[in-house]
Design a protein around this ligand. Structure first.
Ligand SMILES: NC(=O)C1=CN([C@@H]2O[C@H](COP(=O)(O)OP(=O)(O)OC[C@H]3O[C@@H](n4cnc5c(N)ncnc54)[C@H](OP(=O)(O)O)[C@@H]3O)[C@@H](O)[C@H]2O)C=CC1
Ligand SMILES: Nc1nc(O)c(N)c(N[C@@H]2O[C@H](COP(=O)(O)O)[C@@H](O)[C@H]2O)n1
Length: 219
């Protein structure tokens, strides 16, 4: 599986403010680029923190991308994936609407009634990990479902875990020309943080996009 992480941060590395509300960091051209990565992915993953904060739909915006996928014999939109150890995703979350297929990755700790509720709402539930979702195990199950190209859109907790598990192949990071600040504001990679053996990335490209910079790394 090819795992492509994409995110937008302020110059000080924040994904959002301490209020954890969605902030428009990308400009129109960057959002169009994000839409294209989604269009070329089999599935798009976020953590339940992002679902609760942003209520994203994770569907394609541009009809040309939907048409191109259908012409290739693919589903109109990529599948959506939520990492949600305890099955907390609200049933009215946009990520569970019928625009595309949705997988909810849960752990053994997820209450059975919540799993039933999510399945009744149309989600395919994948159990992987004891207390928290095990990404290596969950990704094996997603591969069986045909997910070969996985885009990850955040947030910081999930992105840290994926670097920690050495599962990231590619990172595109849009750095918007703004400062958000705040010690409690989410950053690109939160979690416990590394204290040694810091993942080293290989910078492939630097490009000016909108009023910011797009950095592309091989990981
Ligand atoms: N600017 C940008 O590009 C983006 C910004 N954001 C912003 O980021 C913030 C949300 O980020 P954040 O709070 O970090 O949320 P995440 O989306 O990273 O979700 C974190 C949650 O995912 C669940 N999870 C399940 N398995 C794992 C695992 N193995 N490792 C880590 N987490 C796991 C955990 O909840 P549990 O234990 O219950 O499973 C965890 O609390 C919001 O403010 C949002 O607006 C988000 C995406 C993109
Ligand atoms: N690439 C990017 N730039 C920004 O400025 C952002 N705020 C985000 N946020 C993430 O984009 C997703 C939104 O999904 P919908 O298109 O609204 O369904 C979600 O993952 C946000 O957290 N991304």
């Amino acid at each position: 599986m090819h795992v492509h992480v994409n995110a937008a941060t302020s110059v000080d590395g924040k994904l959002s403010s301490r209020r954890r509300e969605q902030i428009k960091i990308s400009g129109d051209n960057d959002f169009a680029r994000v839409d294209e990565i989604r269009a070329n992915s089999d599935a798009v993953l976020v953590g339940v923190g992002t679902v609760l904060a942003d209520d994203p739909q994770l569907a394609l915006d541009a009809s040309k991308h939907v048409a191109a996928r259908e012409a290739r014999g693919e589903s109109p939109h990529p599948a959506r994936v939520v990492a949600d150890s305890r099955a907390r995703t609200p049933v009215d979350a946009r990520i569970l609407n019928d625009v595309a297929e949705t997988y909810v990755l849960v752990s053994e700790a997820a209450p059975a009634d919540r799993i039933d509720t999510l399945e009744a709402a149309g989600a395919t539930v994948v159990v992987a990990g004891d207390e928290r979702v095990s990404f290596p195990e969950a990704f094996e199950s997603l591969e069986v479902e045909g997910v070969e190209r996985l885009m990850v859109e955040g947030g910081g907790e999930v992105i840290f875990s994926l670097f920690s598990d050495e599962l990231v192949d590619e990172l595109t990071l849009y750095v918007g020309s703004m400062v958000i600040g705040g010690r409690d504001a989410p950053t690109l990679a939160d979690g416990e943080g590394f204290t040694e053996q810091f993942p080293r990335l290989s910078l492939r490209d630097v490009e000016r996009v909108d009023d910011g910079v797009l950095l592309t790394y091989d990981c």
